[in-house]
Design a binder for this molecule. Structure first.
Ligand code: C5P
Length: 311
């Protein structure tokens, strides 16, 4: 007679990257974080996270950026799985496999995406059935961007970026991302931003009505005109070569361009898919950046591809 108990099937989750359309940064708080007013958009550049029961906790990484991702306890996906395991009395260790396509330390939340993906995957594997809002609360313990990668779409972020409110965005926006070699450290970019600003008084950041109007209209030209990132000057100070990348992309026909998050990836907004293909080809041919990706947004946040149980 065979046993009725079967090992749960592995669960695979797809999780997108993000770009900040607006990243307004206030003065540092007591805890060292900076208050933000940001608008996130999830874009269709994905990592895949697979989790399955194992005798011990582990993480392995494949894909073009695998060599830059730690597979020890500092891996954010592993931390996410362990954290959620604390909420699940019957959860045992899992083996996590990451197929990495989002650039590492590029300002597109690659590490945060893997944490979000691991949360959604373990929730399905362990049949926890947590609501998105509950997962977002756990996600906030792992990093400021992690709740947004669970939520996806287009959203406003406040607090240190973890408090989300949905934003009405019409249509699809097309992006070209110029990857720029070695990553930038997020704390170093925030510290450089503080240094450049000095100790003068600084207003608390607030969302710009023009950005909301551009998103509501679905007009890429209007959105291009309002893209803004307070960390851009700091990223350029640490990586002076990025100014040339931005200038090249704009010269080659992008509607607008901006440092993505804390950089060094530069995000270019283009009119449509064809314009994106043209810009990607021209940027690559110009030799100004080592690698280019295209994606559109908004897209869904972390979601199960296969392996979820239906009950
Ligand atoms: O929240 P997360 O772990 O992703 O943040 C990484 C680092 O980025 C923080 O340690 C902090 O130095 C900086 N940061 C910040 N203000 C924010 C978000 C991040 O200073 N709102």
């Amino acid at each position: 007679m065979t046993s009725a108990w079967t090992e749960p099937a592995p669960v695979t989750v797809r999780v997108p990257a993000k770009v900040n359309l607006e990243l307004l940064v206030g003065p540092p708080r007591q805890d060292g974080y900076h208050p933000l007013s940001t608008v996130y958009q999830a874009v269709g550049l994905y990592d895949e996270i697979t989790v399955e029961p194992a005798t011990e906790w582990s993480v392995s990484v494949t894909g073009p950026f695998a060599g830059q991702v730690p597979s020890d306890d500092s891996n954010l996906a592993l931390q996410a799985a362990r954290l959620l395991g604390g909420h699940a009395p019957d959860a045992g260790p899992v083996a996590i496999a990451i197929r990495k396509k989002i650039p590492v330390a590029g300002g597109m939340a690659g590490g945060s995406a893997d944490a979000a993906g691991a949360l959604v995957a373990c929730d399905a594997l362990w049949c926890l059935g947590l609501h998105k809002e509950e997962l977002e609360q756990v996600a906030a313990e792992l990093g400021s961007d992690v709740p947004f990668l669970v939520a996806g779409g287009t959203a406003m972020g406040s607090g240190r970026g973890e408090l989300l409110a949905p934003v009405l965005a019409r249509g699809t926006f097309h992006w070209v991302f110029a990857l720029s070699g070695a990553g930038l450290s997020t704390p170093a970019v925030y510290a450089e931003c503080d240094r450049i600003r000095g100790s003068g008084p600084l207003a608390m950041p607030a969302p710009k009505p023009a950005t909301m109007a551009a998103l509501r209209s679905g007009d890429a030209h209007a959105l291009a005109a309002v893209l803004e990132n307070d960390l851009q000057e700091a990223a350029f100070a640490l990586r002076p070569d990025l100014g040339e990348v931005l200038a090249q992309g704009l010269g080659l026909g992008a509607l607008g361009g901006i440092v993505s998050g804390s950089g060094p990836t530069i995000a270019f907004l283009v009119e449509d898919k064809e314009a994106g293909i043209d810009l990607a080809v021209s940027l690559t041919a110009s030799g100004v950046c080592p690698d280019v990706r295209r994606a559109s947004g908004p897209v869904h946040g972390a979601h199960v591809l296969h392996g979820a149980r239906t009950s």
